[in-house]
Design a binder for this molecule. Structure first.
Ligand code: PLP
Ligand code: ZN
Length: 479
């Protein structure tokens, strides 16, 4: 059964600006001719149509149960990902195959809609970035093997999660590969900072925001020999397409009536989702595209602003961001915007005007939504809260019907963003976030007895006093 596939593709980089193409056996970040961004294409892909939709669905479904780790994660969809890699190149750290959890019945009732969270925080470094890194590092490993390189310095700028993922995969692969990450000082959470440090990466910080770090990385990419791992890297986008394949597979390859919500930061994720769904559609593996909703905070909303304009007047303008709780998406000049533009056009051509939407939400709505979801058994980060806030808004405005099923991307694990939860619970947000705590969403621990009391009592007496304090606090009745 699940032996490694024989199919091999013929992959090339396609420049979205000047249409130049380059063979994929070269490590390229942006177009050497014009600096434009790439999407990767498999020129043999049409031959996959020799097998019908049912055959592909069955093949992918069978692989869902495989114990061959090279086919267990994102490479379950090997033929649609990077079918130029060999089995020995594939790096698997348990990424992908994340669960879709139906929203708690109480929460669905409360908001009057049907929705579920896809928990991408259950990836190894606790965010969806692992999908792209698993592919990028598999490709790098193949390149090192083929060219016999003795050292590869991987570099990325990050709002926190890219560096956590890059550092994790680099530390696992080891050998010639070393990881350097560039972070905006004080703009990633303590948990996110602990991740690349723990993985042993070289962690560099700069004053400013993500967009400042990105410019430095771009300069390095142009002038020095480094492997760039930001989402301009087309291999990462390809790996992230697995999210779309998993959503389709979960719903038995029928996406009728399904809406997918994703936060937009650098716009790599929404690019990957569109590219992935379009690929499935082109091969006939799905008959209908889902409806797609990008969500942005009003503190970092260049993509929303672009699509809010009348079609004839649209002009992309970068925005200056202001502090956002959706910190991983706090980006004013998304590098993948040209990809979004191109793919959204295609998406609308096939799925109709209603198939592509961008929604804007406030910081307050994001925090309230995240806390509400988590009080109902979910484990979403602030960006997942952003999706939920966007979904509520879309429901309220009639853009999404209650009978449609919304799949919200919980892009990272709640634990990574505990700092924001804490700021809310202590009503301590700096003014520029524009978030005030609502008491009904707050929670805090109660200290039942002082240390002094413990010092004065015997062990037994302390246990009794503590138990009595619990009884009083909870108003317990005797048996
Ligand atoms: C990177 C990231 C985003 C933004 O995704 P883009 O691909 O940059 O649009 C959203 N949420 C989390 C948790 C992230 O790490
Ligand atoms: Zn070009």
């Amino acid at each position: 059964m699940n032996t490694f596939p024989k199919y091999r593709g013929r992959m090339q980089y396609n420049c979205l600006s000047c249409s130049a193409t380059f063979p994929a056996d070269e490590l390229l970040y942006t177009c050497p001719q014009c600096g434009g961004v790439f999407l990767l294409e498999d020129l043999n892909q049409d031959t996959l149509k020799q097998d019908n939709a049912k055959a592909w669905q069955e093949r992918f479904d069978q692989r869902a149960a495989t114990k061959n780790t090279a086919l267990r994660g994102i490479f379950r969809f090997y033929e649609l990902m990077a079918p130029i890699l060999e089995e020995q190149d594939i790096v698997y750290l348990g990424e992908g195959n994340t669960p879709i959890i139906e929203a708690s019945p109480a929460l669905q009732k409360e908001i009057g809609g049907r929705f579920a969270y896809k928990n991408d925080g259950q990836n190894p470094s606790a965010s969806f970035k692992d999908r792209g890194m698993a592919l990028a590092f598999s490709y790098l490993k193949a390149m090192v093997r083929k060219h016999g390189w003795s050292e590869v310095l991987t570099v990325c700028a990050s709002t926190g999660d890219t560096s956590a993922a890059a550092a994790l995969y680099a530390s696992y692969v080891g050998g010639a590969i070393r990881s350097v990450v560039l972070l905006p000082h004080g703009k990633v959470t303590a948990q996110q900072l602990s991740q690349p440090l723990g993985s042993g990466a070289t962690v560099l910080e700069l004053p400013g925001v993500f967009d400042d770090c990105m410019k430095v990385v771009e300069y390095l990419a142009e002038n020095y020999r480094v492997a760039l791992l930001n989402s301009k890297n087309a291999w990462r986008i390809l790996g992230q397409e697995s999210y779309a394949y998993e959503v389709a597979q979960w719903y038995d390859w029928n996406l009728d009536n399904i809406c997918v919500f994703v936060p937009i930061g650098n716009a790599g994720n929404i690019t990957a989702l569109m590219s992935g769904f379009l690929k499935l559609h082109k091969l006939g593996i799905i008959k209908k595209l889902p409806r797609l909703f990008g969500v942005q905070s009003s503190h970092a909303d260049p993509v929303f602003r672009y699509y809010a304009e009348d079609k004839t007047k649209r002009q992309f303008k970068a925005v200056k961001t202001t502090p956002s709780v959706a910190q991983a998406a706090m980006i004013g000049n998304p590098v993948s915007f040209p990809r979004v533009q191109k793919l959204a056009e295609r998406f609308i051509e096939i799925g109709g005007e209603a198939s592509f939407n961008v929604i804007q939400v406030s910081e307050q709505e994001i925090m309230d939504a995240m806390l509400t979801a988590n009080r109902n058994g979910h484990i979403t980060c602030t960006q997942g809260g952003e999706c939920f806030a966007g979904y509520k808004k879309a429901l309220a405005s009639g853009l999404v019907k209650p009978e449609e099923l919304a799949v919200l991307d919980a892009t990272a694990h709640a634990l990574k963003f505990a700092d924001f939860q804490n700021m809310y619970f202590t009503d301590n947000f700096p003014a520029d976030y524009q978030v005030k705590a609502k008491s009904e969403l707050c929670n805090k621990p109660s200290l039942l007895l002082e240390q002094k009391v413990k010092d004065e009592l015997s062990e037994e007496a302390f246990t009794l006093a503590a138990a009595q304090a619990v009884v009083t606090k909870l108003g317990l009745n005797k048996k």
